[in-house]
Design a protein around this ligand. Sequence first.
Ligand code: MCN
Length: 795
Amino acid sequence: MAQSPNRTGIGKSILRKEDQRFLTGTGIFIDDIHFSNALECFIVRSPHAHATFTTVDTSLAQKIPGVIAVFTGTDMAEEEIGSMFALWKITSKNGAPMAEPPRWALARGTVRHVGEPVAIVIAQSFDQAADAAEIINIDYNVLASVTDSVEALKSGAPQLHNEAANNICFEWERGDEAATNQAFEKADKIIRLDLTNNRLVGAAIETRGVVASIDPITNTVVLHSTTQVPHHIRLCVAQQLNIMENKLRVISPDVGGGFGPKGKHYPEETILAWAARKLGCTVRWIGRREESFISDTQGRDHQTHTELAINAGGEFIGLRVKTIANIGAYISTFGANIPSVIYSALLSGVYQTPAIHVEVTGVFSNTVPVDAYRGAGRPEACYVLERLADRAAYELGMDRVEIRLKNMITAEQMPYTTAIGHTYDSGNFPALLTKVCVNSDYSNFESRRLQSQETKKLRGIGIASFVESSGVAPSRMAGALGARVATFESAHIRVDEDGSITAMLGTHNHGQGHATTFAQILSDQLGVPAETIEVLEGDTAMVPRGTGTFGSRSIAVGGSALHVAGEKIIKKGQLIAAHLLEAAPSDIAFLESEFCVTGTDRKISFNEVAKAAYAPFKLPLELDPGLDENAFYDPTNFAFSNGAHIAEVEVDPDTGQVKLISYYAVDDIGTIINPMIVEGQLHGGLAQGIGQVLMENCKYDSGSGQLLSGSFLDYAVPRADDMPVIYSELDQTQPCTHNPLGAKGCGESGAIGAPAAVVSAVLDALRPLGVNEIQMPLSPQNVWQALKMVLPEKI
Ligand code: MCN
């Protein structure tokens, strides 16, 4: 798409409209909203990883002054409140549906992870509710627990659900096993790796919160929730409570970061909506940080064995991947499809590997449910492929860039259907890798390595090339693979009589800058300044249908819906203008906010047309009044963003400390709406990718199932001084070919490339000393221990 000459249109780095509010402390987050007479809800959570119970004695708690009600799973069961349910069903290779044991919003007789909600206390103040919660007596019978997915599969492991023999949720398979076996038979070399993709928490700055109230006029439940997906929450909660969707309004106000975990349906949303209906009161729960660690979905947690078959020329001829994915105690909203459908589909990555076979076993364990975390399946796929590419180069004595370029899908081959299923529409993977090598001065790296040696530091350079399926998701493709919800997006544009424009979308803004970028799309299309366009999201009463924000889908899917609605506005405007200008509609052109009769100087402004639209007495009978249009957009394919990243590190051999010296990224995200926002998104994603690779690790005690990293004292997230200088470049030469904007998503790119690039760099630094493998996170302790293994006498 051509860049706009418009000052605030597509391609302009205009400042974020929303930042004025955020930077002046006038954002409206859930805890800022005053709900009169709101009661406070305290959630009693399981202190055990695995236990049964028969009684929850609430008699003393009920007597605490200020306590209004205490509810347990039994109360919800008596009212036949349904189980939580996943929005995607996976079918195992033997044709059986995934094991889908019930997950009750309040536990019924068994708890399966520390933090599982068991009871709630509703009181006039938080302190009263917390005091009462302390004296609830639950006769737990503690059972053996298992938190590690490999251990959970072993015979004799504690069993979580009757419905899931051997703790197996699903055994998924994809690809051509016979062709892959043949490739391995022909291989000159086989590379084998065992990889751990460490478990992460979301760590958004704002914790989750839910407030449920009853609108007395319509008797509607109004559910304020810090969610990325208001329409999914309406669907799920309405079904569970057995109420009509139009009796539930979900509002998600300003949200302080989502990162995936806020895109899921949680027990608290159901519990509070149910309690508010039961009591006819407003009920409020704002999660505390310690609750966040044990109740927000967690990410990644893969154990993978992988094998790459290579021929003598260094060509990848076959790939086998066997992944054990930890699902957690229950299947979360998208907990089953991310480690299977989404992850496996990207295991060709940027390479031409002709035969691929993937098996993924989803395993229940006594841990918090696992679901999407920034990148969701794509960082895991990139990590497998890039680690293999590095290892193959090492074993064949080839340069790491050379082996990648040899195997990459080229721009000339697009559209390209991979051996595992996706059809990439566009992208020039070799060009991006070549560019990032030039930008990072890859070819002169060895001189920098020598310089570092002078200060007794080990220097390394690492590479990651990747492609990601952004713009999630084409509904038909998703439906064929088990999705239980469609994944279209909707946009509604209302032009008022004075020409002012309001755009309402089903996506959600929790830090991405949508109020600015969606306005830029319309500014470009309608020729009006972006500042004058209001963008509204996050309220199911305002936007009747939508999917929400995850999978870097907002611009590619929501932005496209907006563009289509904009086209409808122009079309209707042309009919009105044709009538007012006494011309044929086909002679009316729309140019920079004016409707003109082609070949003449007769024209009428957008604002005049808007005014006429609401004066039907000026319009012919066949034209309905109004300038108000709605569009649904369901893409035909994913938008395949891609990138090439290079990280340079220095390792201190005495302490194991890894210092990131520089990070170079070249990303193709198609048409760029706002380069400055995109840059910010890349930096944010990189911070999370760098966090995963260097320090973040969600760790459970294998004996008790307690979360050991349950606070920010134990779980390290990166701070400003952990970040390197980032040199990023955006390539717009390969627009997405199937959406009207040509845009691909950018929100997750950094989190996808960084883990692989940084591990590659650290191994490059350590390899001269004999360290060939290391698992994430590359904390000083892990790096130091890896060095100690090879150099016991020196360290
Ligand atoms: N953009 C653009 N041009 C493009 C692509 C995107 O200008 N070609 C802009 C968009 O207009 C939008 C932003 O970049 O303002 C991100 O767009 P997109 O890639 O479509 O991603 P989403 O808006 O759908 O955001 C989701 C994505 C994901 S999946 C996670 S997780 C994530 C993220 O983005 N969580 C975030 N970025 C985050 N940023 C913040 N501040 N907080 C989070 O929780």
